[in-house]
Design a protein around this ligand. Structure first.
Ligand code: 1GP
Length: 249
């Protein structure tokens, strides 16, 4: 079944989902099966697949391997058009709306449009916003774009509003992989409480407590990559924390 209606349903019912980010560059065909099994056992809701710089060309293979073990929907979170794979369930069609680099707002989209059309993927138009996480991240370097300052929730909200007004289906606020400081709950609640589309939060989240806080602040989907790569035993508690953060509506 389609992924975006599930995200919208989360927003409508005050429920929250947990997503594990898998960077195809840091897994092997064997290790991906072990991660898939752990995600399956822990009741993970989604797997986001992608990275800022994929040097390997095995995204297809990673997803196929993953799917031999788990039925969890795989959502592409591509760092470049080369990462679009028809094997996934859906594609976050990212436009870097916090940046001012036309290539990442529309240029790469034009180049990849034929491949995206032909892929048959569910395309989820995503307003992607990078928030300053206290360390220069790959995405800010690669995108030639300054992140939104961490202490400017109003700038974040106006950016999210602009994305919503442009017809984006989803807002993804990201402090960047390995961020020193994850996005503040103040900023999350400011944005989540004032938009009508689902909100994804990621970057620098290291504990189940932080996952829970982000859910309480109003994020529909909470994404963790690095911390789980280092310690896969966190998956279960984090997945549970996201579900326990549900807000009765
Ligand atoms: C990065 O939001 C993701 O794009 C996840 O970040 O690897 O720091 O969890 P981490």
């Amino acid at each position: 079944s389609l992924v975006l209606p599930q995200f919208r349903q989360l927003k409508a019912t005050g429920k929250h989902a947990f997503a594990v980010l898998i960077d195809p560059d840091s897994v092997t065909p064997d290790s991906i099966c072990s991660i898939a099994q752990k995600c399956e056992d822990a009741g993970v809701d989604y797997v986001f697949m992608g990275g800022s710089i994929v040097v390997t060309a095995h995204v297809d293979h990673c997803i196929q391997q993953f799917k031999t073990v788990s039925k969890i929907p795989v959502v592409l979170f591509p760092g470049s058009p080369a990462q679009v794979s028809p094997c996934a369930d859906a594609l976050l069609y990212l436009s870097l709306i916090s940046g001012r680099n036309p290539d990442l707002l529309i240029g790469q989209h034009v180049v990849s449009a034929p491949a995206v059309k032909m892929s048959g993927l569910e395309v989820i138009s995503t307003g992607y916003m990078v928030i300053d996480g206290g360390v220069p991240t790959t995405v800010s370097y690669m995108s030639h774009s300054a992140p939104i300052p961490a202490n400017k929730p109003d700038v974040a909200l106006c950016t999210a509003w602009a994305g919503e007004l442009q017809g984006k289906h989803l807002i993804y606020m990201d402090a960047g992989s390995g961020a020193k400081y994850p996005i503040s709950t103040e900023m999350i609640s400011r944005v989540a409480g004032n938009i009508d589309i689902p909100l994804v939060i990621g970057g620098g989240i290291r504990t189940p407590e932080k996952v829970y806080e982000n859910g309480r602040a109003g994020a529909q989907i909470i994404v963790v990559g690095n911390a789980i790569e280092k310690d896969p035993s966190l998956i279960r508690e984090m997945s549970l924390a996201a579900k326990e953060s549900a807000i009765g509506i």
